[in-house]
Design a protein around this ligand. Structure first.
Ligand code: FAD
Length: 394
């Protein structure tokens, strides 16, 4: 068997990026996404260091740059709006706190989808209901009732991955809550936000506003500490109520931001959590992106991990002649130190919000590993149909 019919679950960042690389390496790819269409919304996500190189190798540098937010930098402010500290997007060669490539998650997802939609089969509004693997392949039953056989199945279905629960074990075994909840949603720009992000922090809670490409709107960002978190990740009304309750009385412009909770067209709230697993594969089923190694939004590295992981997973599977055991093992060996550095950064950021002082001299080598600490093999002997097959120029 060729081992080249691959089913990917999830069409956000990791899924379409993996679809791009699998197709380039000669696989037939199907992506199944639970939502009825591509999901809009979410915060700005960053691509730094080696992740920028992957975007370039995908032939998507121009498309991604055209869609980025063009944020000039960030001001930390006090309750009256006075600036306390400033970070520029030009700091650290564009790989700093505000990265040179900063793009809304929904916009990056759209770029990746547009690039792959012609060469990849996308099934929206469906999901894997059952799956049974044997030595030669995986039988999949979809929730819609259809049944198909694939050579490999990869979960790119995020922090709450259903595929991970189905094949590897219950979510409590792998998901580590870091004690904080984050929410993002867009609001009318009645706050005078130009190209600078504003951020107000007080006793563990924070509120912020960042510019959007459409300057009539701004993106609100709120966070609060929470030891437990038992709100259903699909119950938006319960999440909004929790946010109202926990952000009450913060000051600065928080009350005006909360006043738009009911009229926002997009809303995202989740616990700050990481996924820690010993293995990211089991037989013919593998995991990528947040499903496998979520580093949390506080790491600023989740998108980079998804993009780099997609390049390596497809490359290593193809280099191993599509042998799952050898391909998954090589992918895990290359990715793990890079994942661990990003997860460590995520944990340190949460601790520093809680008031812990960071020893910057000790942290800098870790930051460097989180940005550039992974080698990208050139896969010279592996088939490559090239980046122009897709419709990136659209
Ligand atoms: C709507 C949305 C908003 C987000 N906003 C932010 C943000 O503001 N800040 C931040 O740091 N990170 C955010 N994230 C997470 C961020 O996208 C990831 O950390 C990172 O980019 C890695 O992406 P991923 O593709 O691995 O996972 P995700 O981006 O979480 O994508 C998982 C995808 O799988 C789909 N899915 C879930 N279950 C199933 C299933 N059973 N079958 C098929 N498909 C399924 C989901 O609908 C989603 O499209 C957001 C994710 C989503 C989906």
């Amino acid at each position: 068997m060729s081992g080249r019919r691959v089913l990917v679950a999830g069409a956000s960042i990791a899924g379409p990026a993996l679809a791009h690389w699998l197709r380039r390496r000669g696989a037939e790819v199907t992506v199944v996404e639970r939502a009825p269409g591509l999901r809009p919304g979410g915060q700005a996500v960053d691509a730094r260091g080696v992740a920028k190189e992957v975007i370039r190798l995908m032939g998507l540098d121009a498309a991604v740059r055209a869609a980025r937010t063009e944020t000039a930098g960030a001001h930390h402010v006090d309750a009256d709006g006075n600036v306390l500290e400033t970070f520029s997007a030009e700091d650290d060669g564009g790989d700093g706190y505000i990265a040179d490539i900063e793009i809304l998650r929904g916009d990056l997802s759209q770029v990746l989808y547009d690039d792959t939609r012609d060469g990849v089969e996308y099934l929206f509004g469906d999901r894997i209901a059952e799956l049974a693997q044997d030595a030669d392949g995986v039988d999949v039953t979809f929730a819609s009732g259809s049944r198909r056989r694939f050579d490999l199945v990869i979960g790119a279905d995020g922090l709450h991955s259903a595929l991970r629960a189905m094949v590897f074990g219950p979510r409590e075994r792998f998901v580590r809550h870091l004690g904080m909840v984050l929410a993002f949603y867009s609001v009318p720009n009645e706050f005078g936000i130009d190209r600078w992000l504003l951020d107000y922090q007080h006793e563990g809670r924070s509120a912020g506003l960042r510019p959007l490409k459409d300057d009539t709107r701004a993106m609100a960002m709120l966070s609060f500490p929470a030891d437990g978190f038992d709100v259903d990740h699909r119950d938006i009304e319960a999440q909004k109520n929790l946010l109202r309750e926990r952000m009450a009385g913060l000051g600065w412009r928080t009350a005006e931001i909360l006043a738009h909770l009911d009229d926002t067209p997009d809303f995202y709230l989740d616990q700050v959590a990481q996924v820690v697993m010993d293995r990211w594969s089991h037989g013919r089923v593998g995991l990528i992106g947040d499903a496998a190694f979520c580093s949390s939004p506080m790491s600023g590295g989740g998108t980079g991990l998804a993009l780099v992981g997609a390049y390596l997973l497809a490359g290593e599977l193809a280099a191993a002649g599509w042998d799952p055991e050898a391909g998954f093992a090589a992918y895990e060996t290359l990715m793990r130190p890079y994942v661990e550095a990003n997860q460590e950064i995520g944990r340190l950021h949460v601790q520093s919000r809680d008031g812990a002082e960071l020893d910057m001299e000790a942290v800098m080598p870790l930051v460097e590993r989180a940005i550039n600490g992974v080698e990208l093999p050139d896969y010279a002997g592996v088939p490559d149909s090239g980046s122009s097959v897709g419709s990136a120029a659209r």
